[in-house]
Each structure stands twice: as structure tokens, then as C-alpha cells.
Unconditional design. Structure first.
Length: 414
């Protein structure tokens, strides 16, 4: 969006259209760009407009803080339900851990974006349906479909949060990319909050131990669990109200990690050959292999989401292109191993889920790689890569719904 702001700086109508289309992203990008534009009359006007603090804005800030405090308390209380009602902790957290954070974050964005009653009702009913479905699944020992449903339910709730985040622009590619960027920024901010919280915890427990009081259990049972649940909620508030806090950090992380991950992957593939480990026969190795694949794919998508809005540096584009190719090779190995295991030992819920997921990832990676090749050959713009990623997100969501809600019936809860 930076380039668009510069290109349309002398077109007030176009700037207004960009701002109304995505206010938070526009404000963040303009804030990062303004030091270069200072002195331009239109830029100075927009800076004053975006940073003007009226009495009403202070009231809004107070409302936001009150909402965040209430949301954090609700999340903490949900996390404490097993203790309050003597529930089986393992079963409760396995099935309901996503309902601790995602509903309150969805409520926050629904409130901030002033969603219509119909959309709020849709979010509420969908979340309630998820709660009822996952908790009424039979408790069967070694049920792969239950585990798969619990894992993919988190992605389903993530999609609902995206619906609340995008508001009226859920079919807008830029808004979908903004949601991916929000997730990346949230990871950075939440990590910083947790590090600070960890230091405070260590200091607090240490100080009390000096006077002979051991408060570890009480602290973790009450203060600690509320702190853990509050971290992503407070992180969301900070990211949304102060985008400049991580606006410069996330792109740097993206630029730093992309080449490092590329080098690591190449070395890892060579090490596989040397070690003799095979994903075709070693189930645990294949599981770790697929986890690595998903992690690398997430890094690629986050890097593209960040790079597409900040720079068109050819070196970074080459790094992303090579990283995508190496990841396709990695995906090909994992996919062939899954097909081999299915042909040898038959289909299972886990193999079906991994097969479907890997096929979707492979198609997406190929589309991204083709688009990156067009960028390198000057046949397309870098923001086209982001559009490919954004347009493909509903495919992942559809697969998530299938695995979460249909797999248990297809495979008889096994």
C-alpha cells in the first residue's frame, strides 16, 4: 500500500477511497511513510487527520481498554473451568482450548468493526455449533478422528476470527492479506508480552522465596493462567491501536528468516540423504517432516504478505522463489511417502487428512512459485503473489471443515 499512497498522493479522492477500504492498514503504512513525505501539504494534512486526538477518541480508548480487560477475564475464567467444575483437564483442554481465545478475539473485532446483527449472530451460532460438536464426540481411546477434529477445529475458529476481522471486506484480497499480517504481528507482540511476563514471574517468585514463602502453585494456578490467556488479547489491542510498534519489526523478521530458512532446508535435505532416515518407513519422521513443511509454508506466506507491501527488492523475491521451489521438493517427498504408506498399509484418518492437506499445499505452492517467476521476469507485480495466497485461503477453510466435521462420521469415530 506504500507505493499506492505515493502514487496517489496528489489525488485526495483516491487517498480517501484507500483509507475507507482499509483504515488500519492505511494508517499503519502512512505512519511508516510520513517521515519521507513531511513538508508536503497533503501528507501533513493526512498526518494530522490520522493522529488527531479528540475527547471522543480518548473515550473510545477507554472503552477499548475496558473491553480488553473484560475479555481477558472471561478468557481466564474459561481456562479455569476444569478447576471450578472438577472436569477432566486433559479432555477439556484437548477439545476446548481454541474456545478460550478465539471467541473473545472474534467478539473484539465484531465490536470494533460494528458488524451487523446478522453477522454477529452467524459468528455466535458457528462458534456454538463447534462447541457442541466437539464436546459431543464420543470419548474413544486412540481415536484419530477426534484428534484430527480437535486440531482442525483451531483452524476453523481461526477462519471465524478472520470473518470478524475482515468485516464487510471478507472477499477483498488486501483485507485477507491484512489478516495474515495481523497474525504475524500478533505472534511478535504476544511473544514479547510472554517474555516480559516470564521475567516478572521469575522476579516475583524469587522475591517471595527470599522471605520464605513459596507461591509457585498459587501464582501459576491463578495469576499465570490469566496472564497466558490475556497475552494474545492484549497483543491484539496493541497491534490494532499502535501498528507502529511492530510495523517495522515484522518486515525485518520476514527478511531475516526467509534466507536462513532456505539455507537450513537445503542443508536438511542433504542431511536426510546422509543420515539414511526415510519418511517412507518411519512414521514419526514423516510426522515431523510434515510439521516442518507446514511451518516453512507459513514462513513463506508471511514473508510474501510482508514483502508485497513494503518492497520489490529482486533479491528478496529470488529468496522467496528459491524457498518456494525447495518447499515444493519437500512437499513432493512427503506426498510420495504418504501415497506409499497408503498403498502398503491402507487408508486411515491420519493418512487421508495429511494426503489432502499436502495436495492443497502443493497446489498453492506451485501457484505462488509460478507467480513469483512472473515477478522475476517482469511480467507481473509482487502484489499479485499476495492475491494468489489470499484467493486460496477459502480452499484451506473448506478442507478444515471437512476434516473437523465430516471425518469422524466417514471413519466411524476411529
Amino acid at each position: 500500500m506504500k507505493d499506492e499512497i505515493i502514487n496517489h498522493l496528489n489525488e485526495p479522492g483516491q487517498l480517501e477511497k484507500m483509507y475507507r477500504g482499509n483504515k488500519l492498514t492505511f494508517k499503519r503504512e502512512f505512519g511508516l511513510l510520513y517521515p519521507e513525505l513531511k513538508g508536503n501539504a497533503i501528507a501533513d494534512f493526512w498526518n494530522e487527520r490520522l493522529n488527531y486526538k479528540s475527547d471522543e477518541s480518548y473515550k473510545d480508548t477507554g472503552k477499548d481498554l475496558l473491553f480488553i480487560i473484560i475479555a481477558a477475564l472471561i478468557a481466564g475464567l474459561i481456562a479455569k473451568l476444569p478447576a471450578f467444575f472438577a472436569l477432566n483437564q486433559e479432555s477439556f483442554y484437548q477439545r476446548n482450548i481454541g474456545f478460550i481465545i478465539f471467541p473473545v478475539l472474534s467478539a473484539y473485532f465484531a465490536w470494533k468493526n460494528k458488524l451487523s446483527t446478522g453477522k454477529i449472530a452467524f459468528i455466535a451460532v458457528t462458534i456454538l455449533a463447534g462447541i457442541l460438536f466437539i464436546n459431543f464426540l464420543p470419548q474413544i481411546k486412540k481415536s484419530d478422528t477426534l484428534i484430527l477434529s480437535c486440531i482442525h477445529l483451531l483452524l476453523f475458529l481461526w477462519a471465524i476470527l478472520g470473518f470478524a476481522f475482515a468485516a464487510e471486506h471478507r472477499n477483498n484480497d488486501e483485507k485477507r492479506l491484512s489478516y495474515l499480517r495481523y497474525n504475524g504481528d500478533l505472534v511478535v507482540m504476544t511473544t514479547l508480552i510472554l517474555i516480559a511476563g516470564g521475567l516478572m514471574t521469575a522476579i516475583t517468585i524469587g522475591l517471595f522465596s527470599l522471605i520464605g514463602l513459596n507461591i509457585e502453585k498459587y501464582y501459576f494456578d491463578y495469576v499465570g493462567i490469566f496472564g497466558l490467556t490475556a497475552a494474545p488479547i492484549v497483543g491484539t489491542y496493541l497491534v490494532q491501536t499502535n501498528p507502529q510498534l511492530v510495523g517495522k519489526v515484522s518486515p525485518v523478521i520476514a527478511r531475516l528468516f526467509s534466507p536462513l530458512v532456505l539455507v537450513m532446508l537445503v542443508i536438511y535435505l542433504l542431511a536426510i540423504v546422509y543420515s539414511g532416515k526415510s519418511p517412507y518407513t518411519d512414521r514419526e519422521f514423516l510426522r515431523i517432516f510434515n510439521a516442518l513443511l507446514i511451518g516453512v509454508m507459513a514462513i513463506i506466506f508471511f514473508s510474501i504478505a510482508e514483502t508485497a507491501k513494503n518492497t520489490t527488492n529482486s533479491t528478496e523475491t529470488w529468496v522467496l522463489f528459491l524457498l518456494s521451489i525447495v518447499t515444493i521438493v519437500l512437499n513432493g517427498i512427503a506426498l510420495s511417502a504418504i501415497v506409499f504408506r497408503i498403498s502398503e498399509w491402507g487408508i486411515t484418518p491420519n493418512r487421508a487428512a495429511v494426503l489432502g492437506g499436502n495436495v492443497l499445499i502443493l497446489i498453492n505452492l506451485i501457484l505462488v512459485t509460478v507467480q513469483l517467476s512472473k515477478v522475476l521476469s517482469k511480467k507481473a507485480e509482487l502484489n499479485g503473489v499476495g492475491k494468489v495466497i489470499a484467493a486460496y485461503l477459502p480452499v484451506y477453510i473448506a478442507w478444515t471443515i471437512i476434516v473437523t466435521f465430516i471425518f469422524p462420521f466417514i471413519f466411524g469415530y476411529k
